[in-house]
Design a binder for this molecule. Structure first.
Ligand SMILES: [Zn+2]
Length: 107
């Protein structure tokens, strides 16, 4: 199935603690149907310093944890509104995403 949400998309979080927050998609975990959104679902992890291998400092680090793809809505790059995503196939066979609001198509 083609992806409704891709890396670098702008999305709106519609459920959970970060509801209403907009951010850019940093990563898509397709197998898990999850996305990592900049500034959303920040978790803290206590990390020990590691003496060997990659240099790793100790302390509390914060990072974005993945959220389920159903908890975000794409913000249309054309009309700038949160929207559902449809698909259209061009004459040449290329599949494009389509904004259900303004009907604009984009990759
Ligand atoms: Zn639109």
């Amino acid at each position: 199935m083609a992806a409704k949400i891709k890396r670098k998309d702008k999305v709106l979080v519609i459920a959970g603690e970060d509801r209403g927050v907009q951010g850019e998609v940093l990563r898509v975990l397709r197998k898990e149907d999850r996305v990592v959104v900049a500034g959303v679902n920040i978790v803290k992890k206590h990390q020990r310093p590691r003496p060997t291998g990659r240099s790793q400092v100790g302390g509390i680090i914060e990072f974005e944890a993945p959220i389920h793809i159903s908890n975000v809505m794409l913000i249309c790059p054309k009309c700038n509104q949160p929207t559902r995503v449809g698909f259209v196939v061009e004459a040449g066979g290329r599949k494009l995403r389509q904004c259900k609001r303004c009907k604009a198509t984009f990759v």
